[in-house]
Design a protein around this ligand. Structure first.
Ligand code: PEP
Length: 256
């Protein structure tokens, strides 16, 4: 069976403030990871930096943090999947909890996923519950997100998508956030596969599944080794070139 390549994704969110800082951060990571071969490295900076960063390194693939579903036209403020592809982006983070908190619905995300696939951009679909309690209703909230966001997506496309399990209570920007464990991650990983198999059939090729939520160089190894996942989505720690490179190196070492 073909081995699935592990992937580390950095989500810079709305950082850094200047192009100069963005170039330095990107270049520092590029230098640190230049000899690595087995791990796919993706960095998702703010839109205005994409084109400049593309010229710095071929090793690091670029991703965007959002997209609009229409291709072009009178949609003020919108950026289309084709535009992103044309300037060199190959991935796009969709359904991030910070965007959902601004009002984005599963229905919007579904349209963005379809438009991205159409333009050959790989969607990194974020799903994850806001909190957990003893009723275990969190399984249902992840199931609903998956079912609604992927509704009508052709089953052949499912393996192209990346699913990032990001429990909102573990993301560094959430007030009073606390860490998930690799067991939490493993359990949800199995559940996500079950939901996809139920919806698209047991024969589908599964997508890569990542974990995200305050991952840093201290716990990345545990998540990758024991969480049953194909990599991690890193927010805060991706703004530190050394920490992010260390996470990539840990993944590379585990990727035997
Ligand atoms: C994220 O917001 O996608 C994320 C994983 O953030 P952090 O690592 O900062 O929790």
């Amino acid at each position: 069976m073909l081995k699935v390549k592990k992937i580390i994704v950095g989500n810079w969110k709305m950082n850094p403030l200047t192009l100069k800082e963005a170039e330095k951060l990107f270049l520092d990571v590029a230098k640190n990871v230049s000899s690595l071969k087995k791990t796919e490295i993706v960095i998702c900076p703010p839109f205005p930096y994409l084109e400049k960063l593309r010229k710095i390194s071929k090793k690091i693939v670029l991703g965007a943090q959002d997209v609009f579903w229409e291709e072009k036209g009178a949609f003020t403020g919108g950026v289309s999947a084709k535009m992103l592809y044309n300037i060199g982006a190959r991935y796009v983070i969709l359904g991030h909890s910070e965007r959902r908190a601004m009002g984005e619905s599963n229905f919007d995300i579904n349209k963005k996923i379809k438009a991205s696939l159409e333009a050959d951009l790989i969607p990194i679909l974020c799903v994850g519950e806001n909190f957990r309690d003893e009723t275990h209703a969190y399984f249902n909230s992840v199931k609903t997100e998956l079912e609604e966001c992927l509704d009508g997506v052709k089953k052949d496309f499912i393996s192209k998508i990346i699913i990032a399990y990001e429990p909102v209570w573990a993301i560094s920007s959430t007030l009073n956030h606390h860490s998930a464990t690799s067991d939490d991650c493993q359990e949800m990983n199995i559940f996500i596969r079950k939901v996809l198999a139920d919806k698209f059939g047991v024969k589908i090729k599964m997508p890569r599944i990542l974990y995200g939520g305050s991952v840093d160089d201290k716990d990345a190894g545990d998540f990758i080794k024991n969480g049953g996942i194909d990599g991690v989505l890193v927010g805060h720690a991706s703004l530190d070139a050394l920490k992010f490179s260390k996470i990539v190196k840990i993944c590379e070492a585990l990727n035997k």
